[in-house]
Design a binder for this molecule. Structure first.
Ligand code: GDP
Length: 319
């Protein structure tokens, strides 16, 4: 059994504030961008390794509705410890009970009020200035087209068709705000990487979403959705590294974790793709960003996402 205080002290990777300079308070210092060549070498050389510099912490296996083999052992330095959370006196066993299942996220005292009792579409905005100005904290969902964003949004709010609102013609390229429990927002951003989208539209999208990420003072965290049923895509890696380099707080949400490829066909299991993705983006983050595995088919990760959002939100509201 590993006693944690023998190991290097964990540092919380984020410090959220409500100031317009939100991102400068994050402990995610930009690192030099790897040249594209290096990225592609990494891509091919990668062999789903989680570094074993310290004893891995097994994710608790009790009470789970996902196969045991999907549990990823996580070394201590790869955990996400929320701000204002001390783990120095935890043993490996006690710490492992505080990790949200299927994630690297440690639960903090701020994880409360995680239920969704009400969800309403509020508005579609064409730019950051047009977004709601009531100061409520928000989380933005973004990902490649077809990653499962609408399905996840519906799963989180337990409504079958809420996210259809964002798929209506004219709204797919907008910032769509959904108010939850009259106290915070889920924000649906346009999907990227849609090959058929006209060039001008893509440029325009880049401009306004980047502006939103950099200037929306009530944005608590971006939730970047990545399809875990397929190997990492270059565009996803670029997106994650852009967020890291710009110190935009980010949570990686791995989708479609119920899809299990046949190994004999060369397919990797979702948890292997999850590990690979971590390795590929590691150079862009000083500390490990939070990540979580989900499925809109089995609802894996739904409650965990809500608890994670709750702890980030409650901390943000208090500081
Ligand atoms: P969006 O374009 O990102 O909004 O993606 P959608 O939510 O519309 O989903 C795209 C496709 O992926 C649809 O065919 C969904 O049924 C499928 N899908 C979405 N989430 C999951 C999931 O968790 N598991 C599986 N197996 N399929 C999913």
């Amino acid at each position: 059994m590993v006693i944690l205080h023998h190991l290097p002290r964990l540092h919380s990777s984020i410090f959220l504030t409500k100031t317009p300079f939100l991102y400068t308070h994050f402990n995610l210092l930009p690192k030099p961008k790897l040249p594209t060549k290096t990225t592609s070498i990494l891509f091919s050389a990668l062999n789903s390794t989680l570094s074993a510099t310290s004893e891995p912490i097994p994710i608790p296996t009790h009470n789970l509705d996902i196969p045991e083999e999907t549990h990823v052992p996580i070394s201590i330095e790869k955990l996400f410890v929320p701000p204002d959370t001390d783990v120095s006196s935890d043993t490996a066993a006690s710490l492992s009970t505080r990790i949200l299942k299927g994630s690297n996220i440690v639960l903090s005292k701020y994880a409360r009020d995680a239920q969704v009792s009400q969800a309403d579409f509020v508005k579609s905005s064409v730019d950051t200035q047009a977004c709601p100005s009531d100061g409520l904290p928000e989380f933005a969902l973004v990902g490649r087209s077809n990653v499962g964003k609408s399905s996840l949004l519906n799963s989180i709010v337990r409504r079958k068709k809420l996210a259809l609102t964002s798929k209506k013609p004219g709204k797919t390229q907008c910032i769509n705000h959904f108010r939850i429990n009259d106290s915070w927002y889920l924000v649906d951003l346009p999907g990227y990487g849609y090959a058929a989208a006209p060039h001008e539209l893509r440029i325009d999208w880049e401009k306004f979403t980047k502006d939103y990420f950099l200037n929306r003072s009530t944005l608590v965290s971006v939730f970047l959705l990545i399809d875990a049923s397929i190997p990492a895509k270059k565009i996803d890696l670029e997106y994650a590294s852009w967020l890291g380099e710009n110190q935009v707080p980010m949570t990686l949400v791995f989708t479609k974790c119920d899809k299990r490829k046949k190994r004999k066909n060369g397919g990797k299991r979702p948890e292997e793709n999850v590990n690979d993705f971590q390795e590929l983006i590691r150079g862009f983050f000083q500390t490990a960003p939070p990540w979580i595995m989900t499925s809109s088919v089995t609802n894996q990760g739904r409650d965990e996402i809500l608890l994670h959002m709750a702890q980030l939100r409650n901390y943000w509201l208090k500081h």
